[in-house]
Design a protein around this ligand. Structure first.
Ligand SMILES: Nc1nc2c(ncn2[C@@H]2O[C@H](COP(=O)(O)OP(=O)(O)O)[C@@H](O)[C@H]2O)c(=O)[nH]1
Ligand SMILES: [Mg+2]
Length: 500
């Protein structure tokens, strides 16, 4: 049985209170209105007796007052131009060729691997040198992409396979009829292929095309919608070809087309029939029946008209868009290479400063000097990392961050030293554990954690975010302590103990 809510349930009490508050507020409002009316009336009477000059002065004063209030509110409410010191905007991907080539050269000088990005530019040049328009076909496996390309080119050598996944690599088929058509038709693997490498290749190919045709053979599944949305994201001109129209009755076909066109506003949807094989029953002269396979007739005229029409209508802009798309692709590859380069370099830097910090701790002449040395090294490390990520970090900000980090370290230093002391004692070959050695190991762990934390925020946000970095720092410094202590103990013993 469900329990009925009694009259004194909390909800009801709440409602009652709300009603009371409402009544009270209304009374208050009424009072206010009465008051206002009264003062307005008396002001009116007063103004009535005033001389015209005074009246004008009064009006002017009132106007000035309202204006001041308005200006003040606007100043307070207008959107601020820069959100102080927050995330520096990432440099936009250069989309014009000359600027990008300059950036590419600069990156090469910095030791960034520019091979992939350069190859992309070469591919662009190769394609600019051809008169052909690139038309790329996408769609789920077995939608009929290969069959469609074969129907267009008439090429018999092209592999059309009913089994899943025959189209593994990208193939271009040229179709030139001597007059207006010079097409390169691209047969590519799916952009959502489970194989990440295949998917990447396919996506990139879509971005290199003048025109993309999405092939389907019925209403779209959720995955197909996803695929299509991704293709749209590449901002290439897009047509949808509904293949295998022979499988549908006229009414079915028109219902599917209507649905697709509703779902895909702004995209041209065209029914086609790529062909494929069909089995017919042949009856020969003496009345014997025999099954026979033959090529199904292709219906692709409407699609071809649409493709040619689009190419003719957008001659110049198709080319320009394609060039820009390819430069963007190239720029993205450069950006990725830059990130990888920075990651490697930042690891090197952190290792370098960690060693210096350990050495400093070993060599500290009196208690406390090590802290000074580490503070200095910490600032240097953060600055070096900022330079690597091309983030302008102000001296005061870096120092402030190191201060914060030192306070944080101070809280856990006792624990860290105890732990390292223990780890060292268990180490083979260590007689008496000296203070310098223990400190060196502790600082090794601290610098590694700090450096990686700073590099991570620089990488993620493109700016030095002290609090975020401290968060990351705490994560690393409190995880996996023992094995890292062992690592730095070994390092300290092998590399620095001779220098005591
Ligand atoms: N009924 C019918 N089947 C077709 C048509 N076009 C292609 N097919 C068949 O669909 C299957 C897949 O074709 P394929 O071109 O290999 O698909 P892909 O994976 O998208 O390249 C093959 O068995 C074709 O014979 C068509 O217009 N009608
Ligand atoms: Mg295929």
């Amino acid at each position: 049985m469900t329990q009925q809510q009694g009259p004194s349930s909390p909800k009801r009490v709440l409602r009652l209170l709300l009603v009371l508050a409402l009544v009270f507020l209304s009374l208050l409002m009424l009072l206010l209105v009465l008051q206002l009316t009264e003062s307005a009336l008396s002001v009116w009477q007063m103004l009535d007796q005033l001389s015209p000059t005074l009246l004008v002065l009064y009006a002017l004063g009132l106007f000035g007052f309202s204006l001041a209030v308005f200006v003040l509110s606007w100043l307070l409410l207008r959107p601020s131009k820069h959100t102080a010191g927050d995330r520096e905007p990432k440099p936009p991907l250069p989309s014009d060729r000359a600027a990008f080539e300059a950036a590419l050269e600069q990156a090469g000088l910095q030791g960034i691997d520019t091979a992939e990005a350069s190859l992309e530019l070469q591919e662009l040049d190769r394609r600019i040198g051809q008169a052909s328009r690139y038309v790329a076909f996408f769609g789920t496996v077995s939608a009929g992409k290969s069959a469609l390309i074969r129907a267009i080119t008439g090429e018999q050598g092209i592999q059309v396979d009913p089994r899943a996944g025959t189209t593994r690599r990208i193939t271009h088929y040229r179709f030139a009829d001597g007059e207006d058509a010079d097409l390169r038709l691209t047969d590519a693997p799916g952009i959502l292929d489970v194989n990440q490498e295949h998917a990447r290749i396919a996506r990139e190919e879509a971005r290199r095309a003048h025109l993309v045709i999405y092939v389907c053979d019925g209403e779209l599944t959720r995955d197909q919608h996803r695929e299509l949305a991704m293709l749209q994201g590449f901002q290439r001109p897009l047509l949808v070809a509904l293949n295998k129209q022979d499988r549908y009755s006229e009414q079915e076909l028109s219902a599917i087309l209507t649905r697709l066109r509703e779902q895909l506003p702004g995209i041209t949807v065209i029914p086609v029939q790529a062909g494929g094989k069909e089995t017919i029953i042949r009856i020969d002269a003496d009345g014997k029946e025999a099954p026979m396979e033959r090529e199904r007739a292709a219906k692709i005229d409407e699609l071809m008209r649409a493709v040619q029409g689009r190419i003719a209508a957008e001659q110049v802009s198709l080319g320009e868009q394609r060039d820009e798309s390819l430069i963007r692709l190239s720029a993205e590859k450069l950006q990725q290479a830059t990130q990888e380069h920075r990651l490697q370099e930042s690891e090197k830097l952190v290792r370098q400063y960690t060693r210096k910090a350990m050495l400093g701790a070993m060599a500290a002449v009196s208690p406390g000097t090590d802290v000074l040395i580490q503070g200095y090294l910490g600032v240097q490390m953060v600055k070096a990392l900022s330079r690597l990520y091309e983030v302008k970090a102000r001296e005061v900000d870096v120092e402030h961050f190191i201060d914060l980090a030192s306070q944080n370290v101070g809280k856990r230093m006792t624990l860290l030293l105890a732990l390292t002391g223990n780890v060292l004692k268990a180490f083979p070959g260590v007689g008496t554990v000296t203070g310098g050695l223990v400190h060196a190991v502790a600082y090794g762990m601290i610098f590694e954690g700090l450096g990686n934390a700073v590099a991570k925020t620089l990488q993620e946000s493109g700016s030095l975010k002290p609090l975020q970095a401290l968060d990351y720092f705490e994560e690393t410094i409190s995880g996996n302590l023992e094995s890292r202590a062992k690592y730095y103990a070994r390092l300290a013993l092998e590399e620095f103990s001779g220098k005591r």
